[in-house]
Design a protein around this ligand. Sequence first.
Ligand SMILES: Nc1nc2c(ncn2[C@@H]2O[C@H](COP(=O)(O)OP(=O)(O)OP(=O)(O)O)[C@@H](O)[C@H]2O)c(=O)[nH]1
Ligand SMILES: [Mg+2]
Length: 677
Amino acid sequence: MKLPTLKTKGKCCQISETPSNGLEKIVLVGNPNVGKSVLFNHFSNSYTIVSNYPGTTVEISKGDGTIAGKEYEIIDTPGMYSMLPITEEERVAQKYVLDEDAHVYLHVVDAKNLRRMLPLTIQLIEADVPLILVLNMMDEAEERGVEIDTQRLAQRLGIPVVSTVSTTGRGLKELEETIANYKPTQKHFIPNYGEEIESAIEKTVSSLNSEYRVAKRALAQLLLQKDLIAFEKIQRKEEEPERIGLIVDDSQAEHSEPLNLKIAIKRQDNVNEIIDSVMTQKEDREKAAEKKTHENENSISRRIDKLLIRPITGIPILLLILYFGLYKFVGVFAAGTVVDYLEGTLFGEQINPWVIANFNALVPYPVIQDLFVGEYGIFTQAITYAIALIMPLVGAFFIVFSIIEDTGYLPRLAMLIDRLFKKIGLSGRAVIPMVLGFGCVTMATMVTRTLETKRERVIASMLLALAIPCSAQLGVILGVLSFSSKALFIWAIVVFLELILIGFLASKVMSGEKPNFFVEMPPLRLPKISNVAIKTYSRMQWYFLEVLPLFIVASVVIWIGRLIGLFDIAVKLLAYPSQWIGLPAEAGVMFLFGFFRRDFGAAGLFDMYNAGMLTGVNIVVAAVTLTLFMPCIAQFMMTVKERGLKTAFAMAAFIFPSAFGVGFVVNYLLNYFGVIL
Ligand SMILES: Nc1nc2c(ncn2[C@@H]2O[C@H](COP(=O)(O)OP(=O)(O)OP(=O)(O)O)[C@@H](O)[C@H]2O)c(=O)[nH]1
Ligand SMILES: [Mg+2]
């Protein structure tokens, strides 16, 4: 067998090397969207985002927490479907199981889908990690008439089992006690994979000479399924990977089906047998009536699902959500009413004049005055933009976004646009990172690791950098363009067409596997106000901490640039492409801001628009050009981290000229057809 080589260019699979604080660890693992992060937030002093779609968590989160009087380090991992990972974030979780020493692992499962979740429990048991099974979402299981004999299940598996409803706190006391009193037991369930596979496992186990943290039986299964990390592990221990490779090849040769499929089927047989002995569906009359009500509910939610997924109804619904959620709430209400008041009245007429007057009186040096309260000053520009302009827009956007996330709409949207996405080299799976991009493109670039193929990851990162405006920028642009629905429409169509065109070309140019698409449909849930509030708050805080320093740095850089004359040169140089796309020379400043962050540039656009320096056509052209810029320095760094330096620079080299190119074409066409906005 040709030994697989592990490419670790992206930092996906590295566990952060933060020195451990010496506390015993509790690690949450399990399928995506089962409530791991809700439990993490309950147990630890940190917060991580909770949403109703699979793949919310893509990185390890850590926090400390006290359980039954003892302090532990609590660790949340990204969801994984099996110990044999497919996507990068699953790999992050797999590494954590293979490498960490923990007091206990909590395998969190969705109780209503136990049959699908238990195979991972069995794999964890076989890996011999200290384990507690948490049957979460018991409320939804009960609603569906599912009854689970937890005691019997615990007996069968040989590990503690606790049932919980993590969102209401039910069962969490018992879970805490179980964690505190946890002692590893010897008598675990051992699945039977049938003679042939068992003998292959045995042969592989006996050829492993070193000691490993996980049981050799589990490692052998990963090797038989040609898992890269497992091979890397044995290579590090100086085993004889070639010999093991031969055993794997021999075992595979004896089977007509791939070994991983065979193993998965056999494991499921074991699970089915256990489930049949511990799970019942309520059947008496009262319960039958209950079930009927539930079926009705089910058929209603199925009908809603169909409405959301079929293009003929799904697209109008999507447009309605965009119209009310984005245009009306973020564009008209937040960017219009709220920003007008904050920037125009509160900061413009009251706070800033007061600060400027007092600062100038206190510090009589024009150079220093310029740095803090001048035209591009730290207070008058950086802080004013961040608080009065960007914050209300980001806040409004995150409220809408958190509500959409919590309902479970995103996986439905993924189904709706899967077909369109296939044309641009992506699958419906990429909908989630692309939609997240409207929140923050930097964060979304990281989420592209949930995509299965490298080709898809590169195309998605590219399109994110190119054509998806983040919340702040979208807010400002919606605010500027809401003067005319025609202008907004032209902007949206141009950006959308550019996205489709570049995606289409990239998918033709880049070779690679075509992605498969399946998505798990979580039930539609009513968003919880508390969750929406805390999510919006934590995202705004995160955002604010990221943009404010950058805006301040930009003010300082511009100040230095003005002192040494570089600023004027840059503005003069940028005046050329600005004029080239029909804008006044002053617009060069806005593009200069745009290099720091697109939203900083968009804020500059907002100011020019308010000052009446631009025509309707100018505004559309400027908005299109800015949208097609690289989003911000943070996003660029993230692309370097996830996709590598070369890819990131190649993207930037393409994006900046193409942004001005498209601006040129739009300006030309609008003038040619004599469009007046
Ligand atoms: N009804 C009900 N909903 C729950 C329960 N636990 C979690 N949820 C909801 O399930 C969804 C997923 O929760 P998360 O904590 O984000 O799930 P996760 O396992 O961290 O998911 P990933 O990060 O995608 O792997 C959210 O909408 C939660 O509010 C529960 O016990 N009952
Ligand atoms: Mg999570």
